[in-house]
Design a binder for this molecule. Structure first.
Ligand code: ADP
Ligand code: MG
Length: 233
Protein backbone atom coordinates (compact mmCIF):
# COMPACT_ATOMS: atom_id res chain seq x y z
CA UNK A 1 0.00 0.00 0.00
CA UNK A 2 1.59 3.32 -1.00
CA UNK A 3 2.25 6.08 1.53
CA UNK A 4 0.22 8.43 -0.61
CA UNK A 5 -3.02 6.69 0.27
CA UNK A 6 -2.41 6.25 3.98
CA UNK A 7 -4.83 8.49 5.86
CA UNK A 8 -4.37 9.86 9.36
CA UNK A 9 -5.54 6.61 11.01
CA UNK A 10 -5.63 6.51 14.77
CA UNK A 11 -2.89 4.20 16.05
CA UNK A 12 -4.01 0.59 15.65
CA UNK A 13 -7.27 1.51 13.93
CA UNK A 14 -8.41 -1.13 11.45
CA UNK A 15 -11.75 0.42 10.55
CA UNK A 16 -12.73 4.07 10.74
CA UNK A 17 -16.10 5.45 9.66
CA UNK A 18 -17.00 9.14 9.72
CA UNK A 19 -20.37 10.73 9.02
CA UNK A 20 -21.57 7.81 6.90
CA UNK A 21 -24.94 8.45 5.23
CA UNK A 22 -27.05 6.16 3.11
CA UNK A 23 -30.58 6.68 1.84
CA UNK A 24 -32.90 4.60 -0.31
CA UNK A 25 -35.82 5.63 -2.52
CA UNK A 26 -38.75 3.27 -2.23
CA UNK A 27 -42.04 3.94 -4.02
CA UNK A 28 -41.18 7.64 -4.27
CA UNK A 29 -40.41 7.81 -0.54
CA UNK A 30 -36.89 8.50 0.65
CA UNK A 31 -35.68 6.52 3.67
CA UNK A 32 -32.58 7.84 5.44
CA UNK A 33 -31.18 4.59 6.84
CA UNK A 34 -27.73 5.77 7.96
CA UNK A 35 -27.76 9.38 9.15
CA UNK A 36 -24.18 10.13 10.08
CA UNK A 37 -22.56 7.01 11.51
CA UNK A 38 -19.18 7.33 13.24
CA UNK A 39 -17.22 4.38 14.51
CA UNK A 40 -13.73 3.06 15.02
CA UNK A 41 -12.60 -0.54 15.43
CA UNK A 42 -9.12 -1.19 16.75
CA UNK A 43 -6.65 -3.89 15.84
CA UNK A 44 -7.94 -7.25 17.11
CA UNK A 45 -11.05 -5.73 18.66
CA UNK A 46 -14.41 -7.56 18.40
CA UNK A 47 -17.34 -5.14 18.27
CA UNK A 48 -21.04 -6.00 18.25
CA UNK A 49 -23.37 -3.96 16.05
CA UNK A 50 -26.70 -4.26 17.81
CA UNK A 51 -30.02 -3.06 16.45
CA UNK A 52 -33.50 -4.34 15.70
CA UNK A 53 -34.43 -5.71 12.29
CA UNK A 54 -34.62 -2.86 9.78
CA UNK A 55 -32.32 -0.54 11.71
CA UNK A 56 -29.66 -0.59 8.98
CA UNK A 57 -27.09 -3.13 10.21
CA UNK A 58 -26.74 -4.87 6.84
CA UNK A 59 -26.65 -1.52 5.03
CA UNK A 60 -23.78 -0.43 7.27
CA UNK A 61 -21.84 -3.69 6.85
CA UNK A 62 -22.28 -3.61 3.06
CA UNK A 63 -20.89 -0.09 2.90
CA UNK A 64 -17.99 -0.89 5.24
CA UNK A 65 -17.27 -4.09 3.28
CA UNK A 66 -16.90 -1.99 0.11
CA UNK A 67 -19.65 -4.08 -1.46
CA UNK A 68 -21.83 -1.17 -2.37
CA UNK A 69 -21.39 2.47 -3.28
CA UNK A 70 -24.11 5.05 -2.95
CA UNK A 71 -23.07 6.35 0.47
CA UNK A 72 -21.68 9.64 1.65
CA UNK A 73 -18.96 9.97 4.23
CA UNK A 74 -15.61 8.38 4.92
CA UNK A 75 -14.68 4.71 5.31
CA UNK A 76 -11.07 3.89 6.10
CA UNK A 77 -9.72 0.35 6.14
CA UNK A 78 -6.29 0.24 7.81
CA UNK A 79 -5.99 3.95 7.08
CA UNK A 80 -6.88 3.64 3.39
CA UNK A 81 -9.75 5.92 2.34
CA UNK A 82 -12.09 3.71 0.31
CA UNK A 83 -13.61 6.58 -1.67
CA UNK A 84 -10.23 7.39 -3.17
CA UNK A 85 -9.75 3.90 -4.62
CA UNK A 86 -10.59 2.79 -8.13
CA UNK A 87 -12.68 -0.34 -8.69
CA UNK A 88 -9.68 -2.69 -9.02
CA UNK A 89 -7.93 -1.29 -5.96
CA UNK A 90 -11.14 -1.56 -3.96
CA UNK A 91 -11.58 -5.21 -5.02
CA UNK A 92 -7.99 -5.97 -3.99
CA UNK A 93 -8.39 -4.24 -0.63
CA UNK A 94 -11.64 -6.12 0.02
CA UNK A 95 -10.06 -9.45 -0.92
CA UNK A 96 -6.92 -8.95 1.15
CA UNK A 97 -8.20 -7.12 4.21
CA UNK A 98 -11.81 -8.21 4.78
CA UNK A 99 -13.53 -11.52 5.48
CA UNK A 100 -17.32 -11.88 5.36
CA UNK A 101 -19.74 -14.15 7.16
CA UNK A 102 -23.43 -13.87 6.25
CA UNK A 103 -26.60 -15.14 7.92
CA UNK A 104 -26.98 -17.71 5.15
CA UNK A 105 -23.71 -19.43 4.39
CA UNK A 106 -23.44 -18.61 0.64
CA UNK A 107 -21.05 -21.52 0.17
CA UNK A 108 -20.45 -22.82 -3.36
CA UNK A 109 -22.87 -25.78 -3.53
CA UNK A 110 -20.86 -27.88 -5.99
CA UNK A 111 -17.64 -27.76 -3.97
CA UNK A 112 -16.64 -29.57 -0.78
CA UNK A 113 -16.13 -27.87 2.57
CA UNK A 114 -12.37 -27.82 2.15
CA UNK A 115 -12.61 -26.54 -1.44
CA UNK A 116 -14.86 -23.69 -0.28
CA UNK A 117 -12.05 -22.59 2.05
CA UNK A 118 -9.26 -23.25 -0.49
CA UNK A 119 -10.77 -21.29 -3.41
CA UNK A 120 -10.58 -17.76 -1.92
CA UNK A 121 -6.94 -18.41 -1.03
CA UNK A 122 -6.11 -19.47 -4.60
CA UNK A 123 -7.83 -16.31 -5.89
CA UNK A 124 -5.65 -14.29 -3.51
CA UNK A 125 -2.52 -15.96 -4.90
CA UNK A 126 -1.75 -18.76 -2.43
CA UNK A 127 -0.24 -22.02 -3.68
CA UNK A 128 -2.53 -25.09 -3.70
CA UNK A 129 -0.62 -27.03 -1.03
CA UNK A 130 -0.41 -24.11 1.35
CA UNK A 131 -4.10 -23.25 0.77
CA UNK A 132 -5.17 -26.82 1.43
CA UNK A 133 -3.15 -27.02 4.67
CA UNK A 134 -4.61 -23.73 5.90
CA UNK A 135 -8.17 -24.85 5.03
CA UNK A 136 -7.77 -28.17 6.84
CA UNK A 137 -6.28 -26.48 9.87
CA UNK A 138 -9.13 -23.93 10.12
CA UNK A 139 -11.84 -26.53 9.57
CA UNK A 140 -10.27 -28.91 12.10
CA UNK A 141 -10.05 -26.11 14.61
CA UNK A 142 -13.82 -25.70 14.17
CA UNK A 143 -14.43 -29.41 14.74
CA UNK A 144 -14.96 -30.21 11.06
CA UNK A 145 -11.88 -32.36 10.48
CA UNK A 146 -14.23 -35.25 9.63
CA UNK A 147 -16.36 -33.20 7.24
CA UNK A 148 -13.71 -31.94 4.81
CA UNK A 149 -15.11 -33.61 1.70
CA UNK A 150 -18.78 -33.02 2.44
CA UNK A 151 -20.71 -30.60 0.24
CA UNK A 152 -22.77 -27.84 1.83
CA UNK A 153 -26.05 -29.74 1.29
CA UNK A 154 -24.58 -32.67 3.27
CA UNK A 155 -23.82 -30.49 6.30
CA UNK A 156 -26.05 -29.25 9.12
CA UNK A 157 -26.80 -25.53 9.45
CA UNK A 158 -24.24 -25.15 12.22
CA UNK A 159 -21.62 -26.99 10.17
CA UNK A 160 -22.35 -24.83 7.12
CA UNK A 161 -21.79 -21.69 9.18
CA UNK A 162 -18.52 -23.10 10.55
CA UNK A 163 -17.31 -23.60 6.97
CA UNK A 164 -18.37 -20.01 6.21
CA UNK A 165 -16.33 -18.85 9.24
CA UNK A 166 -13.27 -20.79 8.04
CA UNK A 167 -13.68 -19.28 4.57
CA UNK A 168 -13.92 -15.75 6.00
CA UNK A 169 -10.66 -16.21 7.93
CA UNK A 170 -8.79 -18.09 5.20
CA UNK A 171 -6.87 -15.08 3.85
CA UNK A 172 -5.99 -13.77 7.33
CA UNK A 173 -8.11 -10.61 7.01
CA UNK A 174 -7.42 -7.69 9.33
CA UNK A 175 -11.19 -7.22 9.59
CA UNK A 176 -14.03 -9.75 9.67
CA UNK A 177 -17.54 -8.48 8.95
CA UNK A 178 -20.31 -10.79 10.12
CA UNK A 179 -23.98 -10.10 9.40
CA UNK A 180 -26.10 -12.07 11.89
CA UNK A 181 -23.75 -15.03 11.43
CA UNK A 182 -25.81 -17.31 13.67
CA UNK A 183 -29.21 -15.76 12.95
CA UNK A 184 -30.36 -18.81 11.02
CA UNK A 185 -29.49 -21.34 13.76
CA UNK A 186 -31.42 -22.55 16.80
CA UNK A 187 -30.42 -20.89 20.07
CA UNK A 188 -28.20 -23.68 21.41
CA UNK A 189 -26.34 -24.10 18.11
CA UNK A 190 -26.04 -20.32 17.70
CA UNK A 191 -24.31 -20.08 21.08
CA UNK A 192 -21.82 -22.80 20.23
CA UNK A 193 -21.03 -21.53 16.73
CA UNK A 194 -20.71 -17.91 17.89
CA UNK A 195 -18.40 -19.01 20.70
CA UNK A 196 -16.19 -20.88 18.22
CA UNK A 197 -16.26 -17.95 15.80
CA UNK A 198 -15.15 -15.51 18.53
CA UNK A 199 -12.43 -17.86 19.76
CA UNK A 200 -11.01 -18.34 16.26
CA UNK A 201 -11.15 -14.61 15.42
CA UNK A 202 -9.20 -13.93 18.64
CA UNK A 203 -6.68 -16.68 17.91
CA UNK A 204 -6.15 -15.30 14.42
CA UNK A 205 -5.82 -11.75 15.77
CA UNK A 206 -8.40 -10.28 13.37
CA UNK A 207 -10.73 -7.45 14.31
CA UNK A 208 -14.45 -8.03 13.80
CA UNK A 209 -17.69 -6.10 13.46
CA UNK A 210 -20.60 -8.45 14.12
CA UNK A 211 -24.21 -7.44 13.45
CA UNK A 212 -26.85 -9.03 15.65
CA UNK A 213 -30.27 -8.22 17.08
CA UNK A 214 -29.52 -10.49 20.05
CA UNK A 215 -28.45 -8.65 23.24
CA UNK A 216 -27.15 -11.83 24.82
CA UNK A 217 -24.86 -12.66 21.91
CA UNK A 218 -23.72 -9.02 21.69
CA UNK A 219 -22.67 -9.25 25.34
CA UNK A 220 -20.00 -11.82 24.46
CA UNK A 221 -18.05 -9.27 22.43
CA UNK A 222 -15.50 -6.67 23.55
CA UNK A 223 -17.77 -3.68 22.95
CA UNK A 224 -21.35 -3.07 21.86
CA UNK A 225 -22.47 -0.34 19.43
CA UNK A 226 -26.20 0.33 19.13
CA UNK A 227 -27.72 1.45 15.85
CA UNK A 228 -30.76 3.60 16.54
CA UNK A 229 -32.53 5.97 14.15
CA UNK A 230 -29.62 5.93 11.77
CA UNK A 231 -26.82 6.72 14.20
CA UNK A 232 -24.76 4.80 16.74
CA UNK A 233 -25.18 5.61 20.40
P1 ADP B 1 -31.09 -4.64 9.21
O1 ADP B 1 -29.95 -5.37 8.61
O2 ADP B 1 -30.74 -3.93 10.49
O3 ADP B 1 -32.28 -5.51 9.41
P2 ADP B 1 -31.18 -3.28 6.67
O4 ADP B 1 -29.88 -2.59 6.54
O5 ADP B 1 -31.36 -4.54 5.90
O6 ADP B 1 -31.52 -3.47 8.21
O7 ADP B 1 -32.33 -2.30 6.18
C1 ADP B 1 -32.52 -1.01 6.76
C2 ADP B 1 -33.63 -0.28 6.02
O8 ADP B 1 -33.20 0.02 4.69
C3 ADP B 1 -34.91 -1.05 5.90
O9 ADP B 1 -35.97 -0.16 6.07
C4 ADP B 1 -34.86 -1.58 4.48
O10 ADP B 1 -36.14 -1.76 3.98
C5 ADP B 1 -34.11 -0.49 3.76
N1 ADP B 1 -33.35 -1.00 2.62
C6 ADP B 1 -32.25 -1.81 2.71
N2 ADP B 1 -31.76 -2.07 1.48
C7 ADP B 1 -32.58 -1.42 0.60
C8 ADP B 1 -32.60 -1.30 -0.82
N3 ADP B 1 -31.68 -1.89 -1.60
N4 ADP B 1 -33.59 -0.55 -1.38
C9 ADP B 1 -34.51 0.08 -0.60
N5 ADP B 1 -34.54 0.00 0.74
C10 ADP B 1 -33.59 -0.74 1.34
MG1 MG C 1 -29.73 -7.36 8.15
Amino acid sequence: MSERRMGPAAAGEILGVSDLRRSFEQGGVRIDVLRGVNLSVGDGEIVALLGPSGSGKSTLLQAVGLLEGGFEGSIRISGVEAARLGTDERTTLRRDAIGFVYQFHHLLPDFTAVENVVIPQLIAGAGPGEARARAESLLSSLGLGHRLTHRPSQLSGGEQQRVAVARALANRPALVLADEPTGNLDEATADIVLGEFLRLVREEGSAALVATHNERLAGKMDRVLRLHEGVLD
